[in-house]
Design a protein around this ligand. Structure first.
Ligand SMILES: [Zn+2]
Length: 485
């Protein structure tokens, strides 16, 4: 049994590749050797690989967070395009509003000290903002500070967005003590120097407590809302490995980070060979969680959503936009099982999404996924019979696809998901075989850059000199020929 499906993505914040059933893949020796017509079977040690896809929408954290309390603080969002939604308006009395503003000012002051301490690399000042009575959080804060020191942080800001006076139970408030305690939602923006052109953003729930006239932070994780993403540096001690093209941030071991560095570097090189070196920054950031739960926290997903997922490409923002910081989040357990070539295929596929900014692109899914698999299988060639197994089976049974795969056919639950990937990959390969690889890239770019609703049709005409319908006829013939019918 062997089969490889493509990988998936969504139009919103993240591109998701999911591992499903298991298959050994025949692979020809890549890279170090020129592509060979001879395909050799992999040793049994080569692990299973199948990618499925989960489609979803970008989660708007704030909309789901149900804020109450402070509505409008004096300072407007620093960035008018900030993805942070305004909390819903409810009526508050002037006294309540004034109290809210007072808390916001006190909270903001703590956050400013904290951000300054990160900027100035001053651990003592950072820890001075942490509640001396919150022993557990102080330990976590030490880790967070060490993590931030470990990362090439270019900018780091914390912005008080809203508070929720009803969020802390009386018991919790009693436990915190002090004259006052409350929970606020804080936007953290952080940029990795040399990698990010725009900062990553998450919302952190910050618990504040005031005692003896001083306000402290007492937690970063209270009442986390389902679907709320968490910055990787809040999840445990990280190890960071850096190379020319890659930054691997591991919640596991240093050796893990180093191992994946070379795979990510090769993936970046493979993508550059097709996509070009000058058309992207050639920088890949890979997150390597040690546990499933950490992966879910990074992605803002419900528990066990991603047990079968090999890797996810996500924009670390809540709204898709060009230039958003994009990370590949690996599932270390499944990555281990994939084996060396499988890891390269998955990382090359994901890196193609990174290079082509697939998290903020108008290209149809068949083109995004087909192209990513085209690049991956160009770097690590796989026998057609394996890589298009389900598709060939369907065609041999007389079921030739009538159209290019639709968006719906890439949904995780789609019945014919493997065929969608396989046929999308072969559509891209047909373009490359007929017109040359550079035409395929040109076609992709034309669709990607188009602002028009007819971008795809226009690119078919201007780049390939045919209509989509004409292409589909050619593609159907090609698929039948490959399937031997
Ligand atoms: Zn994909």
């Amino acid at each position: 049994m062997s089969r490889l499906t493509g990988a998936g993505e969504q139009r919103g914040a993240e591109v998701i590749d999911e591992q499903g059933d298991t298959v050994p893949l025949p692979v020809v020796p890549p890279d170090d050797h020129p592509p060979q017509p001879l395909v050799r079977k992999l040793p049994p040690a080569f692990g299973p690989i199948v990618k499925k896809v989960a489609l979803g929408l970008a989660i708007c954290l704030v909309a789901g967070a149900g804020y109450a309390g402070l509505r409008q603080i004096a300072d407007a969002p620093a960035d008018p395009n900030s993805p942070v939604a305004q909390p819903p308006q409810t009526s508050t009395t002037p006294d309540e509003a004034a109290e809210g503003v007072r808390r916001a000012v006190a909270g903001e002051a703590v956050l400013q000290k904290m951000a300054d301490a990160v900027e100035n690399d001053n651990r003592t000042e950072f820890l001075a903002t942490i509640d001396p009575r919150a022993a557990e959080f102080r330990a976590a804060a030490r880790t967070i500070f060490a993590n931030l020191t470990n990362l090439p942080i270019g900018s780091f800001t914390l912005r008080y967005v809203s508070d929720d006076t009803g969020a802390l139970t009386p018991d919790r408030q009693a436990e915190l003590g002090g004259s006052e305690s409350w929970l606020a939602q804080v936007e953290v923006s952080w940029q990795l120097a040399g990698y990010d052109t725009k900062p990553a953003r998450e919302m952190l729930p910050v618990t504040f407590v005031s005692r003896d006239g001083t306000t402290f932070a007492a937690s970063f994780s209270e009442r986390f809302v389902a679907g709320q993403r968490r910055p990787i540096w809040t999840l445990g001690p990280i190890d960071v490995a850096k190379s020319e093209h890659s930054l691997v941030i591991s919640l596991g071991s240093e050796s893990d980070a180093k191992t994946y560095l070379s795979v990510a570097d090769r993936a970046a090189e493979s993508v550059s060979e097709v996509w070009g070196k000058t058309n992207w920054r050639q920088k890949v950031i890979v997150y390597l969680p040690a546990k499933q739960a950490q992966m879910e926290a990074i992605l803002g997903a419900a528990p066990n959503t991603y047990t079968q997922i090999a890797a996810v490409t996500m924009a670390e923002l809540d709204t898709p936009q060009v230039g958003a910081p994009v990370r590949i989040v690996a599932n270390p357990k499944l990555f281990e099982e994939l084996g060396k070539q499988g890891r390269r295929i998955v990382l090359t596929h994901e890196t193609t999404h990174v290079a082509s900014t697939a998290t903020a692109s108008p290209v149809p899914l068949w083109l995004a996924e087909g192209f990513a698999d085209y690049v991956a299988f160009t770097a690590v060639p796989v026998q057609d019979e394996s890589a298009a197994k389900e598709l060939f089976k369907a065609i041999r049974a007389g079921d030739v696809p009538a159209t290019l795969p639709t968006t719906q056919s890439f949904a995780a639950s789609a019945k014919d998901l493997p065929q969608a990937y396989e046929s999308a990959w072969l559509a891209c390969r047909l373009i490359a075989e007929r017109e040359g690889q550079s035409k395929l890239v040109k076609f992709y770019r034309a669709v990607h850059a188009s602002k028009s609703s007819t971008g795809l049709a226009d690119a078919f005409k201007s780049v390939l000199d045919m209509t989509e319908a004409e292409f589909v006829v050619e593609w159907q013939k090609y698929l039948k020929r490959l399937a031997g019918v």
